[in-house]
Design a binder for this molecule. Structure first.
Ligand code: 13P
Length: 251
């Protein structure tokens, strides 16, 4: 069975105390009111992970990092390893977010290493793919996504592949208020599943593929209603506990 997942990517938002307060607010709403069959993940800034993890019900809310290093430890100033995330209580890690790809030079080659590191330290990677506007306008979006999937995931063993979650985030829809239409989302999600099925067979039927990009309470239901959309990776709307809950309950 494919899992339904709604993950909140807080990005570089909230001070430490604001983050803890938000986590407590989300936790109270989720424990009381969220659909039980949806896996809920929050990805606060690194500095908040340990305390957010303590503030939430660990059977109900999982904590994610927003990135991890390609190395395990050593002289890499400013980096955070997968093992550090795990030791602070994270169960997931977002990898390959378009903001990391475009502002911090993260290539498919680097991301392949990061996915392997996450798996080595028992973190579930939420691996992000997506095209920029020019690529979509040039009708290159399928090609771009194919490369992002093949170069990063295709050398995984089937057992490791089964642990990976994928997020399709069209870059033109992130933080812009412009959402992909449900048809556009389904088209790409189906395409991703077809690529994965060609490589990994039936295991790909169980892969959760999340949509991200201006997903909010008003459009989550129509996005999640699609056969290959298994949830969402939420940015702005995840900073409001009420909006986040409404998205979780949009299934
Ligand atoms: P928004 O929901 O703010 O568009 O951000 C999406 C995103 O980048 C989640 O990772």
């Amino acid at each position: 069975m494919r899992k339904k997942i709604v993950a909140g990517n807080w990005k570089m938002n909230t001070t430490f105390q604001e983050g803890i307060d938000l986590a407590i607010e989300i936790n109270n709403l989720v424990v009381e009111k969220a659909h039980k069959d949806v896996i809920v993940v929050v990805a606060p800034p690194f500095t908040h992970i340990s305390e957010v993890n303590k503030a939430v019900d660990n059977d109900r809310i999982f904590v994610a990092g927003q990135n991890c290093a390609t190395e395990n430890s050593g002289a890499f100033t400013g980096e955070i390893s997968a093992e550090m995330l795990w030791s602070a209580g994270a169960d997931f890690v977002i990898l390959g977010h378009s903001e990391r790809r475009s502002y911090y030079g993260e290539t498919n080659e680097k991301l392949k290493i990061k996915v392997a590191k996450a798996l080595e330290f028992n973190l579930t990677p939420i691996y992000c793919v997506g095209e920029v506007l020019e690529e979509r306008e040039a009708n290159k979006h399928f090609e771009v996504i194919k490369e992002q999937i093949e170069k990063v995931l295709f050398d995984l063993s089937e057992a490791d592949f089964e642990k990976v979650v994928i997020a399709y985030e069209p870059v033109w829809a992130i933080g812009t208020g412009k959402t992909a239409s449900p048809e556009q989302a389904q088209e790409i999600h189906k395409y991703i599943r077809t690529l994965l099925t060609a490589k990994f067979g039936d295991a790909a039927k169980k892969t959760s593929i999340l949509y991200g990009g201006s997903c909010k309470p008003s459009n989550a239901k129509e996005l999640f209603a699609n056969a290959d959309v298994d949830g969402g990776l939420i940015g702005g709307a995840a900073l409001s506990a009420n909006d986040f809950l409404a998205i979780i309950n949009a299934f």
